[in-house]
Ligand binder design. Structure first.
Ligand code: 5RP
Length: 219
């Protein structure tokens, strides 16, 4: 089974959490793209979606799924999104696709975070995947220096501008043993919009596409 087939299996498995008449929180990335394709098969039953990126909005609308602004909804039952890494506590690194800030907002307004991944994303310690940080452009050098003080090896992601008009710094070589603490520390730096650590609000349900099928875990 290829990695994409495992992503697809996880994406389609999330469909069982979609309820009639609901507005669904939709993340970003290649795994979520499979979920969006699955959601199309239920589009007559749902009201629509709140999206975490321009890319997901375009895909949803192309398939005829109504996209609501996050400000139009009081809350969402579920948020379905992928991850770059997830540990045993369901803390995640996200933002490989640079959509981390909007993802964090949609996750925050949702009751249940359903994380869909292939089995290469499960790790013991977060940090092998470079940790993305969305930063206001004028703070780039300052934040770089601060990230070095926190033990990381920051790298400016060349040529990437986020949907919010900011830049991404990827932090290499940081073994993150206390994800909640590191999330707080990085988020507290002036100029950081958000860090791609999702620990204060981690996942609630984990669907892992694996060669033998989809493994389901619930907190
Ligand atoms: C985008 C994300 C994605 O969820 C993460 O990068 C995983 O992507 P993929 O499903 O393509 O492997 O956080 O900002």
């Amino acid at each position: 089974m290829t990695q994409d087939e495992m992503k697809k299996a996880a994406g389609w498995a999330a469909l069982e959490y979609v309820t009639k008449g609901s507005i669904v929180g939709v993340g970003t990335g290649s795994t979520v793209n499979h979920f969006i394709d699955a959601l199309e098969t239920r589009k007559e039953e749902i009201k629509g979606a709140v999206s975490s990126s321009v890319a997901s909005t375009e895909r949803l609308e192309k398939l005829g799924i109504t996209v609501f602004d996050a400000n139009e909804v009081a809350g969402l039952d579920i948020y379905v999104d992928g991850a770059d890494e997830i540990n045993a506590e369901y803390d995640m690194i996200k933002g490989g696709g640079a959509a981390l800030t909007r993802e964090k907002i949609v996750a925050a307004i949702s009751d249940k975070f359903i994380c869909i991944v292939d089995d290469t994303k499960q790790v013991d310690v977060l940090g092998q995947f470079p940790l993305p940080v969305e930063v206001i452009p004028m703070a780039r050098s300052f934040i770089g220096r601060e990230l070095v003080k926190l033990g990381g090896d920051p790298e400016y992601r060349e040529g990437v501008v986020t949907d919010n008009g900011n830049i991404i710094i990827d932090v290499h070589n940081m073994a993150i043993t206390d994800a909640k603490d590191m999330e707080k520390k990085i988020n507290a730096l002036p100029g950081v919009v958000t860090v791609g650590l999702f620990a204060a609000r981690g996942a609630d349900v984990l669907l892992v596409g694996a060669p033998e099928g989809v493994r389901k875990f619930e907190k």
